[in-house]
Design a protein around this ligand. Sequence first.
Ligand code: NAP
Length: 304
Amino acid sequence: MTERRTSRGLAFIVPEINGGQVKITGTTKLLGILGDPVSHSLSPLMHNRACEELGLDICYVPLNVKADQLAMAIDGLRAMRFLGANITIPHKVSALALMDRLADSARNVGAVNTVVNKNGLLTGHNTDGAGFIRSLEDATSIDYAATSVVLLGAGGAARSIAFALAEKKVSRIVIINRTQERAVELKRLLEHDFSSLEIVVKGTDDEYGDDISAGKLVINATSTGLEADLKSAPVWVDRLTKDHVVCDIIYRAQEKNPLLVAARAKGATTLGGLGMLLHQGVIAFHLWTGIEPPVDVMRNSIES
Ligand code: NAP
């Protein structure tokens, strides 16, 4: 760490954060991300670049928090007057019960990815679904009413995407999940709010080739590894056409992702998870600061 005089007094330059771009002063306000592990997260980079670009005296830090200390850590956000925080794996669901208030986005999905602190009152939000929608609309000119969706996964991310697509009034959602009970539970939650939406549940061993043929939007929202058989299975590949939009929300190594590689070879439009990561962060930044962040600066920081 080095010291430098600035207009705001003595600043500490922290080379470990954002290549030394973040200057911490006596008045610096804090944001952070609570997760375990958290060292792989691109969020500190993205948010610190946005703060730097806007000249905001805010620093966003990675916070590795063990599950049994989550409640204490969230109380610490109040005590240390954080502006807010992101919550990531594995704490998104447990954080729900630790909030003072919940926005609909978090209540519906049953998980929190963004916390806003207003004078010690913590409100939990979930910006993943809206982030997914923005990234989809960046990449395609989708007609929701004419779109039938195949959604693989029923975890937190799949839930937020399903709710966001239901709000956009897609025509049908087929939910395919390894643990069918979780898919059934997601169907039940969706039906409660969207009674006219057609929702079908299938297990990963069921036949769903026809659903892929019929569904123009295919989304992998599971946490399966890049090498997973599930995504290179022939059913995915054989039924894809140039009319499909295929998304995999994992954002690492998008160019090597077997599902996206196969879909591209069939002429489909493909979408990795970086856009969703970007836009969930853009929405969170606005919730914390009330300021629209520089989207291109944030995008460049995570793409590079
Ligand atoms: P989660 O709540 O733990 O859900 C995991 C999902 O993956 C469940 O549906 C689970 O099925 C399924 N799954 C896990 N291993 C599997 C396997 N070997 N075979 C088949 N299905 C398997 O996790 P999450 O929060 O939804 O996150 C899911 C993925 O999305 C993660 O990779 C995460 O990094 C990514 N994500 C990306 C963004 C972004 O901004 N791009 C945002 C959020 C999440 P079961 O129900 O059967 O266990």
